[in-house]
Design a protein around this ligand. Structure first.
Ligand SMILES: Cc1cc2nc3c(=O)[nH]c(=O)nc-3n(C[C@H](O)[C@H](O)[C@H](O)COP(=O)(O)OP(=O)(O)OC[C@H]3O[C@@H](n4cnc5c(N)ncnc54)[C@H](O)[C@@H]3O)c2cc1C
Ligand SMILES: *[C@@H]1O[C@H](CO)[C@@H](O)[C@H](O)[C@H]1NC(C)=O
Ligand SMILES: *[C@@H]1O[C@H](CO)[C@@H](O)[C@H](O)[C@H]1NC(C)=O
Ligand SMILES: *[C@@H]1O[C@H](CO)[C@@H](O)[C@H](O)[C@H]1NC(C)=O
Ligand SMILES: *[C@@H]1O[C@H](CO)[C@@H](O)[C@H](O)[C@H]1NC(C)=O
Ligand SMILES: *[C@@H]1O[C@H](CO)[C@@H](O)[C@H](O)[C@H]1NC(C)=O
Ligand SMILES: *[C@@H]1O[C@H](CO)[C@@H](O)[C@H](O)[C@H]1NC(C)=O
Length: 534
């Protein structure tokens, strides 16, 4: 009952004190935002970004330095719904899902595992745990990125959104529990992906206010960004069939998120000023959204598109393949009669040669009750699945199957994960915090496998569907199509660091700078070329 009172009192204060004109960090104001599709319909922009999520917002802000940018986001703005931004309400938006408008959208994969996606400006960074940690140097090298620019881009994000958390009592208990379970050494506060136990960065500030990727829009040129809210992109428009440009993107087609799916509107790309070249439509709609939009646009496996009556633009069997979700096991520790307040993760254990990531949190399950999971994630799983359409309505979830633990190797790792997470959950530190006896429920090898099969769940780090290499090239351009890129978690072959948000924000910034540099080089080479021919 205590918690209920706190929550009701807090929401009252928030409603009364909220003012939509409130400005952002660094004294910058938000760019122009509108839910009015008729204001955007028929207009042209240098770049169009589909999805104002974790990667899309820093990308838009960066491109706006020189170019006009349209961001189309299917959800609403978190600034309209300030309780989403309060740490004390952490986890509540995950409970209140509906079909078309809630800030989190639920989906159940064909594996039968419940999952969530952000449907709000800032994307999943607006609904997640706010835990922030960079990818390892090895990940950056495997990705083939420019290491200096990666560092600069992480630092740019961190200077705006990230702080060192003040450990709660529960997170301290988790820290000692991880150390007791042998996840050593203790690395203190670190944004780096290092083995052992560490305190990570947090998107929550010292006043308990969540910063999200949407805040990064405020660092751009406000005169150059338009954010269209509550509008869902249905598909990409190409130049006319039968012309030499038929695989060249012309613009996008969208609907009102709460409207009639047959009532469509369009926006277009335009030629960049003082340049012979064109910008791109960039999909940043996330690991489910981006492959879904490609399929809806006629780019995908021919037979699958035919079964939905979608006219073929490019037969591309790899779209929607390589869908991966890191399998996770979560052990609930029991607490005494006192209801614990929601508490996002601040500590991570990185064990077994970077294969296991362990975090502890407190999540609400109703207005007056919470659960206390210790969760463990398997990095680099071998099992993969795929994504297909279930409907031609872009607001409906696509069908996705991850094939959790299908590969024996993943099952073997899962058995070890259960043993480790139970060791943490049974530690004296955690038992002490909860005023419980420490328990030791040891299972037989057979029981462990059965436990894995029945209890495998998500850590919410699903990725893939537009993998680098097979679907996009090293510049994140879609193979075989002009003026189309994908920049988000759908491009990942593996989930970076402990948690992916840091690397997705970094990637948006990084790719934005790469595009600016590419265009500058292009202009220079053109003008040199002109000069040599004068
Ligand atoms: C519950 C939860 C907790 C998490 N906790 C953490 C954490 O603590 N730390 C961490 O690092 N990671 C966490 N993650 C993972 C992380 O948030 C995601 O991996 C990451 O945000 C994905 O970024 P993205 O840019 O690929 O996609 P998103 O951030 O999901 O962005 C996609 C955007 O596109 C929009 N969109 C989709 N389709 C369309 C369309 N057709 N038209 C218009 N707009 C569209 C969506 O509404 C969304 O805003 C969590 C994830 C979840 C779900
Ligand atoms: C967007 O849609 C949501 C849910 O339907 C609504 O609450 C919100 O007010 C809308 N936002 C705008 C800016 O119209
Ligand atoms: C949706 O729009 C189409 C075309 O404008 C129209 O034919 C149809 O009746 C509309 N449906 C609803 C439910 O309003
Ligand atoms: C929580 O609220 C529900 C109804 O809203 C009630 O049935 C339940 O007893 C409450 N639990 C506690 C622990 O207060
Ligand atoms: C797929 O579509 C059918 C028919 O509309 C619907 O009943 C079903 O729930 C959808 N499946 C998923 C996983 O969304
Ligand atoms: C738990 O029980 C097993 C088997 O009974 C034993 O080998 C192990 O040492 C115990 N662990 C702890 C932490 O007490
Ligand atoms: C180069 O020359 C072409 C053709 O004369 C012209 O259209 C273009 O604008 C010139 N570019 C620059 C950068 O001067």
């Amino acid at each position: 009952m205590e918690l209920l009172h706190v929550l009701l009192a807090a929401s009252y204060i928030l409603l009364v004190s909220f003012s939509p004109s409130s400005s952002l960090c660094q004294g910058k104001t938000l760019p122009y935002m509108t839910p009015d599709v008729t204001k955007i319909s028929g207009r042209s922009f240098d770049y169009i970004i589909v999805g104002g999520g974790t990667a899309g917002c820093p990308l838009a802000a960066t491109l706006s330095k020189r170019y006009s940018v349209l961001v189309v986001e299917r959800g609403s703005s978190p600034y309209e719904n300030p309780s989403v931004l309060q740490k004390k309400f952490y986890g509540f938006p995950l409970l209140q899902t509906d079909e078309f408008s809630s800030v989190s959208q639920s989906f159940i994969s064909k594996d039968g595992v419940s999952n969530l996606r952000g449907r709000v400006l800032g994307g999943s960074s607006t609904i997640g745990g706010g835990f922030y940690g960079r990818a390892s140097d090895a990940f950056v090298r495997r990705a083939g990125w420019d290491e200096e620019l990666v560092k600069e881009s992480y630092k740019w994000v961190e200077s705006k959104l990230v702080s060192k958390p003040e450990l709660t009592k529960w997170q301290s208990a988790v820290k000692f529990g991880l150390l007791e379970a042998g996840i050593l050494p203790y690395n203190g506060f670190s944004l780096e992906h290092v083995e052992g136990t560490k305190m990570g960065g947090t998107l929550f500030d010292h006043d308990g206010r969540r910063r999200t990727s949407a805040d990064l829009l405020g660092t751009g040129n406000p005169d150059n960004i338009v954010v269209l809210l509550n509008a869902t992109v249905k598909n990409i428009i190409f130049h006319k069939k039968g012309t030499e440009n038929e695989k060249t993107v012309h613009g996008i087609r969208f609907i009102k998120s709460d409207g009639n799916a047959s009532q469509t509107y369009e926006a277009y790309l335009q030629q960049l000023a003082n340049s012979g070249s064109w910008g791109d439509v960039i999909l940043s709609a996330g690991a489910l959204g981006s492959p879904q939009i490609l399929l809806l646009s006629g780019i995908g496996p021919k037979r699958h598109l035919k079964s939905f009556g979608i006219p073929l633009v490019l037969d591309f069997p790899e779209i929607g393949q390589e869908m991966i979700d890191n399998p996770s096991i979560s052990v609930l520790v029991e607490s005494g009669p006192e209801v614990q307040l929601p508490d996002p993760p601040q500590i991570a254990g990185i064990a077994e040669d970077f294969k296991f990531i362990v975090q502890g949190l407190i999540l609400p399950i109703s207005i007056n009750a919470t659960i206390i999971p210790i969760a463990i994630k398997l990095a680099f799983p071998a099992s993969k699945g795929k994504l297909e359409l279930n409907s031609t309505d872009p607001r409906q979830n696509p069908l996705v199957e991850f094939n959790y633990l299908a590969k024996e190797k993943d099952m073997e790792e899962c058995v070890k994960m259960v043993q480790l997470v139970e060791r943490v959950a049974g530690s004296k530190s955690i038992a002490g915090f909860l005023e419980m006896e420490s328990n030791n429920n040891s299972k037989s090898p057979h029981e462990l496998r059965e436990f894995c099969k029945k209890n495998v769940r998500t850590f919410y780090h699903y990725h893939g569907g537009c993998a680098v290499g097979s679907v996009v090239d090293n510049n994140y351009r879609v193979h075989g199509v002009k003026r189309l890129r994908v920049v988000d978690g759908s491009s990942f072959l593996e989930s970076p660091g402990t948690n992916p948000t840091a690397t997705l924000m970094m990637l948006g910034r990084y790719q934005g700078i790469k595009i600016l540099e590419e265009n500058t080089l292009h202009e220079q080479s053109k003008s040199n070329h002109n000069q040599t021919h004068v």
